[in-house]
Design a protein. Structure first.
Length: 134
């Protein structure tokens, strides 16, 4: 998925319909903010950049979904690789993070804006025992 805008805000939602699939996205905005929603089946890396604002990843707890029958025994994880002024890099997914060579089997999101903020809302299981933040 590739989306860009110049003078407008961007609201995008990416969801799986019945099976996990690799999602890759590149979102760019010059003037407005970017708000991206991902469902609990998204697994992969992200690179969020805001030149004159902030970036954030917000975990949205959900009690049930397609993931319950697919990943019930694997924990959901969130890892920050880098968090600095206007930039956030990391990974979200099920189980353990794959090695650098195997990461190509998972998704990747790039989101960049000049003047607005970048917010990614990712669903996660509401059971705190099955999710971890590292």
């Amino acid at each position: 998925v590739k989306a860009s805008t110049f003078n407008s805000n961007m609201n995008v939602s990416m969801e799986h319909t019945n099976v996990p699939a690799r999602i890759a996205g590149r979102l760019t905005s010059t003037q407005g903010f970017i708000d991206l929603g991902l469902d609990a089946l998204f697994a992969g890396t992200f690179d969020l950049q805001a030149k004159n604002s902030h970036t954030s990843l917000v975990q949205v707890p959900v009690s049930t979904g397609l993931w319950t029958s697919l990943y019930d025994d694997e924990g959901w994880s969130y890892q920050n690789d880098y968090k600095g002024s206007g930039r956030l890099l990391g990974w979200v997914g099920w189980g353990t993070r794959p090695s650098h060579e195997a990461h190509l089997t998972q998704g990747h999101i790039d989101a960049e804006t000049s003047l607005g903020a970048v917010t990614v809302r990712v669903q996660r299981p509401s059971d705190t025992a099955s999710s971890a933040v590292r």
